[in-house]
Design a binder for this molecule. Structure first.
Ligand code: 4AD
Ligand code: MG
Length: 432
């Protein structure tokens, strides 16, 4: 007899098969029991008839606690009433692992309780759907960049540098000297781009953010492509193609997960249409002022209400270009003819999900970069190797960083970034 996954039920209609899984929920009457079964691939219904399994087995099955692990044998049937479309009529059930008093019941639970039980909460159908979308975004990322000739390079996690500013660093002791958990792999990606042309990194990054928002983690995964001989306008094209590709692949491969989450497909379809609108920082400030925002001046960084208002003014993700130099990192070059804004762009997701990409062209001139390093109070010793890149065949190059969890949150349409990571790290959350 074939051992199958629930997700493959459609290929085994009217066949007797074996399935290994857990009982997620159950209800029963005198003669029939309905088990919600999950095996990690999907959830569906198992039906147990008293007359099929006999009185004793039926009584035992009826009383099995939630999350009992079982091996079942039964026949797959079409089930037109359920979203999933199939069910199994169980003829044999064997308990593989017992359970009891499972803390997460089908009732409502508070967020703190669920977060304390994240190791169990992951088993719920909503979390399962989100992790499938996360996995698809990861898969599609590798496909997108590999198909376009990018090489994946893995930057170090323990570093001496602080590319995104020195205020949000996790410091650790490295045999008597200070090391930091990486905020970004970018500087190493730049070195690799000078070696391999087009590269991308994909790994964990860390920010000791004191902010307690729906958009911030202290540990998150970032995809950072870097391209030699590439100006910002070409980079923006890669960015919008990449984001549209992610949405397209989630639409094509995560139908079931999107159903579970109740995500509107038509809205997502819109985001697969490129190009994305572009406005300058100057224009964004004007737009806000015209619409009664008195709490922001030219030179300020946007807060979440500002980003949401700007995003809502467009139907698709929107690039905000050329921010003031003083609110951006040391490696961004000044825009031609301006001494106050740099060649950069943030991509703001629709529906209030905020910034999902930060990117820029990179300063290529040795002297200007050395001056910036000094101006930003960074140590020349630490950035000597980075300056070397401007000494030996320095070329125009651009790159960007996409936050994985921000993107998962947006495409899934969920409320809070904590559900986009299997074991999220937040200001007050280190366990489980
Ligand atoms: O805008 P950021 O800080 O840019 C960089 O780190 C550049 N070095 C990227 C590059 O050009 N190679 O971060 C990039 C993205 C943000 O747009 C956001 O999606 C995500 O990383 N991000 C966070 N996600 C979750 N929690 C946080 N605390 C985040 N901080 C940034
Ligand atoms: Mg940013």
């Amino acid at each position: 007899m074939e051992k199958i996954s629930i997700i493959d039920s459609k290929n085994h209609v009217n066949e007797v098969v074996e399935i290994n899984g857990w009982i997620a929920n159950k209800r029963s009457s005198g003669k029939i029991a309905f088990l919600t079964l999950r095996d990690g691939s999907a959830y569906f219904q198992g039906i147990v008839l008293k007359e099929t399994v006999g009185e004793e087995a039926f009584a035992q099955i009826k009383n099995l606690p939630q999350e009992t692990a079982v091996k079942i044998i039964g026949e797959i049937h079409e089930d037109k009433r359920s979203k999933f479309g199939y069910e199994i009529e169980i003829s044999q059930l064997e308990v593989i692992g017992t359970s009891g008093d499972y803390p997460i019941t089908p009732k409502e639970h508070g967020t703190d309780f669920l977060m304390d039980h994240r190791h169990l909460w992951l088993r719920s159908s909503k979390q399962h759907a989100i992790m499938q979308i996360r996995n698809e975004i990861i898969r599609a990322t590798y496909e997108f960049f590999n198909d376009r000739g990018f090489i994946k390079i893995d930057p170090p996690i323990l570093t001496g540098s602080a590319p995104e500013g020195t205020t949000e660093l996790f410091e650790t002791d490295y045999f008597g000297q200070s090391a930091y958990l990486s905020q970004s792999g970018q500087l190493y990606a730049e070195a690799a781009a000078m070696a391999f042309g087009k590269v991308f990194t994909f790994g964990p990054t860390f920010r000791a953010e004191k902010s307690k928002t729906r958009r911030h983690l202290t540990e998150f995964w970032m995809i950072e492509p870097e391209m030699a001989f590439t100006h910002q306008d070409e980079s923006l094209k890669v960015q919008e193609d990449y984001v549209a590709f992610l949405v397209r692949n989630v639409l094509d491969h995560c139908e079931y997960a999107l159903d579970v989450l109740g995500r509107d497909r038509d809205v997502l379809e819109r985001y697969t249409q490129t190009p994305y609108p572009r406005i300058s920082y100057d224009e964004a400030i004007e737009l806000l002022k015209e619409n009664g925002f008195d709490d922001i001046e030219w030179g300020d960084d946007f807060g979440s209400p500002h980003e949401t208002f700007i995003a809502n003014s467009f139907e698709k993700p929107v690039f905000i270009m050329n921010y003031p130099a003083k609110i951006k990192p040391f490696y961004m070059p000044l825009a031609p003819g301006r001494d106050d804004v740099v060649i950069c762009a943030d991509l703001i997701a629709p529906e209030g999900y905020g910034e999902i990409i930060g990117g820029s062209e990179r300063e290529v001139d040795y002297d200007v970069l050395a001056e910036n390093i000094e101006k930003f109070g960074l140590s020349e010793e630490e950035y000597g190797w980075y300056l070397d890149l401007r000494k030996y065949g320095s070329v125009p190059h651009s790159g960007f960083g996409l936050g994985l969890e921000r993107t998962v949150t947006w495409i899934s349409g969920i409320e809070h970034i904590r559900e986009a990571s299997p074991f999220p790290r937040l200001l007050h959350r280190l366990r489980p």
